[in-house]
Design a protein around this ligand. Structure first.
Ligand code: SF4
Length: 104
């Protein structure tokens, strides 16, 4: 049987109660940079570095996609990143790549 790709927002997702995520221990403004160039680029990179170390990255990313979050860094993704992610598998792959890149 061929596997079909279902959109993220049609999948059963368990919304977890996140306790003390790393972003709550830093400046929240960092996760909402004013632009993606100059200081905004540096801030975005730093926010993604924090997300890469978080225990809730996949859940956070999927929740952001389901909620159609248009702004900010969620689960290590920028708004542009999120627009490109259409399936749960793509979300998991995105997070794995993010975490692998930050280990190097
Ligand atoms: S993955 Fe989500 S919960 Fe974790 S630090 Fe990033 S924005 Fe916060």
């Amino acid at each position: 049987m061929a596997r079909t790709k279902r959109p993220v927002d049609r999948q059963a997702v368990t919304i977890i109660q996140v306790k003390d995520p790393l972003c709550a221990q830093t400046d929240p403004e960092m996760f909402f940079p004013s632009d993606s160039k100059g200081d905004g680029y540096t801030t975005t990179k730093y926010a993604k570095d924090i997300c890469a170390q978080c225990d809730y990255t996949v859940q956070c990313l999927i929740t952001a996609i389901m909620n159609k979050e248009e702004y900010g860094i969620w689960g290590g993704s920028s708004p542009r990143d999120r627009r490109a992610i259409k399936t749960r598998t793509q979300a998991i792959t995105f997070v794995k790549k993010l975490k692998d890149e930050r280990k190097k």
